[in-house]
Design a binder for this molecule. Structure first.
Ligand SMILES: Nc1ncnc2c1ncn2[C@@H]1O[C@H](COP(=O)(O)OP(=O)(O)OP(=O)(O)O)[C@@H](O)[C@H]1O
Ligand code: SF4
Ligand SMILES: [Mg+2]
Length: 324
């Protein structure tokens, strides 16, 4: 096994909740709460979970766009921090969800893609134009349109431009935060295929964040399932989708259409996710879990190995992993 390109260790991000603008912190919101995982070169790791479970906060803190409360991140063996080198920062790039707001409206798409090249000085000025043209062509946007503005493009094309901008400084890891969620299903498919082609050509690693399990399955080698700031299950995509070891993953998966397009029997998740400012005692999933037992409200289950390449944080993972 190759060395991981990204190593996230016990990462936490807590936000103080204040009353009024200058009030004292009255509570702590544990948006990311002790998350550890690795990403290997060329690998796609998917992160799934309901809205508000901490996916975007995890992405931002591991890139040090927001400083973590505690924990560490290494990229290629080097610590990532506020003082990280330019080279290190270049190697991780992020693509956001909204292709309508993530591109500056008053810049031409040629300048948008050229911007990071200029900032990081990766190519001399004389080569920038051909580099931009190459990148646009690679993501399927005509280089002849480099002088046009974002509003002149469709949502899918804008996301292609966002991807070209992220690729401009030759990163090794792309973080895709709901990068296809705002697009129509057919356009989603085209962008997912583009991402796969780019990965094959450049050996990129992806951290692919989405609330959509179907989309995550399509692209991911390995999947992390988050609930209320913590990873509750991890495993190779095939195995995890075929047989989840955590009741939360089971519940999420039961709401996803099967491969034949039928919906499997739907296990409805009871209630809304709890507030991260006041998580339930013990296993945070217990108020909604169809399998909860008295121990679940008292003891927090640890994320422990539950099969080859798999981890699960449930007192009954052993039973779930063993049952046919
Ligand atoms: N700057 C902030 N200050 C206070 N709370 C925050 C801040 N950013 C995020 N949060 C809270 O942290 C929790 C996690 O938010 P986050 O945006 O990471 O979730 P998410 O999984 O990305 O959700 P979604 O699927 O809706 O994008 C939420 O409860 C959110 O309200
Ligand atoms: S520990 Fe208990 S409440 Fe939590 S997922 Fe497992 S069975 Fe459900
Ligand atoms: Mg998010």
């Amino acid at each position: 096994m190759t060395e991981p390109i990204l190593r996230v260790h016990e990462l936490t991000k807590h936000f103080p909740i204040r009353r009024g603008l200058f009030g004292r912190a009255s509570a702590t919101l544990r948006a990311v709460d002790g998350v550890s995982f690795d990403v290997h070169p060329g690998e796609t790791v998917g992160i799934v979970g309901e809205s508000g479970c901490g996916k975007s906060t995890l992405a931002r803190t591991l890139m040090w766009l927001d400083e973590p409360t505690s924990g560490s991140v290494t990229f290629d063996g080097q610590p990532v921090s506020s003082g990280a080198t330019d080279l290190l920062r270049r190697q991780m790039q992020i693509v956001f969800q909204d292709p309508y707001t993530s591109l500056p409206p008053r810049m031409t798409i040629g300048d948008i893609v050229a911007d990071p090249i200029r900032i990081h000085g990766t190519h001399p000025e004389s080569e920038i134009r051909s580099q931009v043209n190459r990148l646009l062509t690679e993501v399927g946007v005509s280089a002849q349109r480099a002088g046009q503005y974002p509003f002149q493009f469709s949502g899918g094309q804008r996301q292609r431009i966002g991807i070209a901008r992220a690729l401009a400084i030759e990163p090794r890891l792309l973080i895709l935060d709901e990068a296809v969620s705002a697009l129509d299903v057919s356009v989603q498919g085209q962008i997912l295929n583009l991402l796969q082609d780019l990965q094959d050509q450049h050996g990129l690693a992806y951290l692919f964040i989405s609330h959509d399990l179907g989309v995550v399955r399509y692209l991911s080698d390995r999947v992390l399932v988050m609930y209320l700031g913590k990873i509750v299950e991890e495993g190779p995509a095939e195995a995890l989708y075929a047989k989840p070891h955590h009741p939360y993953t089971q519940a999420l998966l039961s709401a996803v259409p099967t491969l034949r397009g039928r919906r499997s029997e739907r296990v409805r998740l009871r209630g809304e996710p709890p507030k991260p400012t006041s998580p339930p005692s013990g296993c945070a999933f217990h108020p909604r879990c169809p399998m909860a037992q008295p121990i679940c409200a008292k003891e927090t289950p640890l994320l422990l190995p539950s099969g080859p390449g798999r981890r699960s944080a449930c007192h009954f993972s052993g039973q779930l992993a063993g049952n046919g």
